[in-house]
Design a protein. Sequence first.
Length: 181
Amino acid sequence: MTHQLLAICFDFGDTLIDQATEVKDGTQTTLQADLIPGVGQLLHELKRRGYRLAIVSNGPVGSIPNVLRAYGLYDLFDVCAISQGLGVDKPDPRIFCHVLNHLGIPRSQAGRTVMVGNDLAADVAGANGLGMISVWLNWAPRDRKTPVNDVETPQHTIKEPLALLPLLDQLERQFSTGGPN
């Protein structure tokens, strides 16, 4: 199936994993953590549907493979852009551009990519700043719930990971009939 959406990007902590369950080493690299309920099913379904998947995360390089390999999910991702490895943190557009470049998506097509994250300042503002479709996962009780400016205001909000599937279906329909609005 040909998709109108070119890639689905995810943050890591409190988007794929529950940060409250992280076990870290002395370098603050996550060794293990629990997935947020529904994440495994969501990622497998997105891959089954043929979406390209990416991680855009602030933090240590080792955390993501340590955790996602334990669940058999790491190889579902086409690219991982991790701040420690790139030397730049979200919301800096360079970390998002790294993903687009790796996937062969021109920056002019960023509006056909989705960024899912829990952090209004890093994930939503970063996605909005680049013109990506921002989806705020309002799941974790730890996260700030109120945007401080327009760039932190998400285009879409979901309360749990599996709610992304019907949202993507809706976005695909909107694009196929002439645009996301």
